[in-house]
Write a protein that binds this ligand. Structure first.
Ligand SMILES: *Cc1c(COP(=O)(O)O)cnc(C)c1O
Length: 433
């Protein structure tokens, strides 16, 4: 398997290099050279495969021998080890619950797979790997738990001070061991900028073996495509048009869906559901791409003003607006509507949905107005208890916190305060690693 940079399509690296580096030197994003088609028999008979078997078939086909089959099986067994069930609200509306992992968010899939695969490619290397992650909410918790105590790895998580929920913060700051948290006095975009700059800094990279764990790492993206097949399998409907509705921030999740489609999964259309940070829906409507600083919303894991995977989406569609806007419809849902969406889903279906899922639900409703005969699979990206306060306020009822999250509230937060300047961050890295 070979990968190129979205900024230079004529120079290639192997899978191991793409994963360990995270970002190409030219600041583009790694993209697989080919997306091989899965056998038709596999697509037609998904119901005969377990989730892990699906993950194995898909990654084996994409990786083309870059990882021996036995090792790949082990990576999958150790990472894709919790379910992704569908809950049906009505005939046309289906919720894909992606929050059954340790940090209660879909990012567990990507983070755990990446931790396993990095540890595989790091075998036999005695230089410690330092993984940098910028998080707007959920990434950090998933990555922290994915890498926790993984030999040869240290994780540094940057998060925007005051912009993540109390339990999210606890997920980042209470593990200890090989996990450190930096509390940045700025926005998520500031955190992401610091991480990007670290990768471009020659001196730093000569001293420390740095890699990234954001959704820009190809190892995060690949496992996120597995559950599109798993969802399709559960619906087992090859006749009606199936639409995937993806609550989006950095647009990694939807990119993974586009990859599944490219490899042969018969997805008829995508709905990109965003909150007030509507850069991509605006682009899909008008053709104008105007990144800008993010604004804070109820669905804070999607508060992204300059989505990093947009470059991959453009690459997948040959940098043609026409192609992208035919395959994806974008909707922006504000906080007031989001609250009403949570309420509606609760009252109509007795289902507690989190603010991100509610954005998806409403985007699907909007899409359905002009496409009444589609079935929608809405990705529910986080457990509602992660956004307990806003959900409880709307439904007027307590939301149960799963045990694995509840025990965090009594643990002590350990973090280091940082401003948004690069040099103090760089000095901190050099003196700590
Ligand atoms: C990260 C996240 C998203 C956005 O996913 P992207 O891949 O960045 O588009 C949506 N919902 C939740 C709960 C998240 O944590």
């Amino acid at each position: 398997m070979r990968l190129y940079s979205t900024k230079n399509t004529s120079s290639f690296v192997g899978l191991g290099e793409a994963i360990m580096k995270g970002l190409p030197d030219d600041n583009g994003l790694f993209m697989p050279e080919h997306f091989p088609k899965l056998p038709e028999q596999f697509i037609k008979n998904l119901k005969d495969y377990t989730f892990q078997e699906i993950a194995f078939e898909v990654s084996k086909t994409l990786f083309q021998g870059a990882i021996p089959e036995n090792d790949l099986k082990e990576i999958i067994d150790n990472s894709i080890n919790f379910p992704a069930p569908i809950q049906t609200l009505d005939e046309q509306t289906h919720i894909l619950e992606l929050f059954h992992g340790p940090s209660l968010a879909f990012k567990d899939f990507g983070a755990r797979f990446m931790a396993q695969i990095m540890s595989y490619f790091n075998r036999g290397n005695d230089k410690e790997l330092v993984i940098l992650v910028a998080t707007s909410g959920d990434t950090g918790g998933a990555v922290a738990s994915g890498f926790y105590k993984t030999p040869g790895t240290k994780v540094v998580i940057l998060y925007p001070k005051g912009k993540v929920s109390m339990l999210q913060e606890k997920q980042l700051t209470t593990l200890g061991h090989n996990i450190s948290a930096l509390e940045v006095e700025g926005t998520f975009d500031d955190c992401q900028a610091l991480v990007k700059q670290a990768f471009l800094d020659k001196e730093l990279n000569a001293k420390i073996r740095l890699t990234s764990a954001n959704s820009i790492n190809i190892a995060r993206l690949v496992p996120q495509s597995f559950y599109y097949y798993e969802a399709f399998k559960q619906l087992n409907d090859y006749i009606n048009p199936i639409v995937f509705v993806v609550p989006s921030g950095n647009y990694g999740n939807i990119t993974a869906g586009l990859i599944a489609q490219k490899m042969g999964l018969p997805i008829s259309h995508f709905v990109a559901a965003s909150n007030a940070n509507d850069i991509v829906p605006h682009y899909l409507c008008t053709g104008d791409y105007n990144p800008r600083p993010s604004v804070r919303t109820l669905s804070n894991a999607m508060d992204v003003g300059n989505p990093s995977n947009f470059a991959r989406m453009q690459d997948l569609f040959g940098f043609t607006w026409n192609n992208m806007s035919e395959s994806i419809s974008g909707y922006s849902i504000n906080d007031e509507a989001t609250k009403l969406g949570i309420k509606e889903v609760f009252e109509k279906f007795n289902y507690v949905i989190d603010p991100h899922g509610a954005v998806g639900y409403l985007a699907f409703k909007a899409y359905q107005k002009n496409h009444p005969n589609t079935k929608g699979i809405i990705l529910e990206t986080a457990h509602p208890s992660k956004f307990k306060d806003s959900v409880e306020e709307v439904i007027g009822q307590k939301v149960d916190i799963p045990e694995r999250l509840a025990i965090l509230s009594n643990k002590k937060k350990e973090s280091t305060l940082m401003n948004t300047m690069f040099n103090p961050f760089k000095d901190w890295l050099i003196s700590n690693y």
